[in-house]
Write a protein of this length. Structure first.
Length: 96
C-alpha cells in the first residue's frame, strides 16, 4: 500500500514543492512505495488524515498524531540522513 507523505510550507508552492520532489526521488531510488504531496500550511490538517508522516518546513508549536520530519534538512542537506531515516521508519511503522 502506498504511504502518503505530506510536505507543507506557507504557500505550498516553492519550498514544499522542492522538498517533495527531492524526497520523492530519494524514495523512488530506494524503491519505497510512497507518494509525497506538497500543500500549503493553512490546509495541512485536512491532508494529514491517513498520512504516514508530515514533513514541515516551518516551525510551529502544534503537535500532531504522526511523525513530524524536519524539512529544512532536505533543503540544506544538514541532518538529511537522520531525517530520511526517521521518514523511512515512519513509513515502515504506518498502519495506513
Amino acid at each position: 500500500m502506498t504511504a502518503k507523505i505530506i510536505v507543507a510550507c506557507g504557500s505550498g508552492v516553492a519550498t514544499s514543492q522542492t522538498v517533495a520532489s527531492k524526497v520523492n526521488r530519494m524514495l523512488d531510488k530506494d524503491r519505497i512505495d510512497a507518494h509525497v504531496e506538497a500543500v500549503d500550511l493553512k490546509s495541512v490538517d485536512r491532508y494529514l488524515k491517513d498520512a504516514a508522516a508530515y514533513i514541515t518546513i516551518v516551525r510551529d508549536k502544534k503537535t500532531y498524531d504522526l511523525p513530524v520530519i524536519d524539512g529544512i534538512a532536505f533543503l540544506t542537506g544538514v541532518g538529511q540522513k537522520q531525517q530520511y531515516e526517521k521518514l523511512l521508519k515512519a513509513i515502515r511503522d504506518h498502519k495506513g
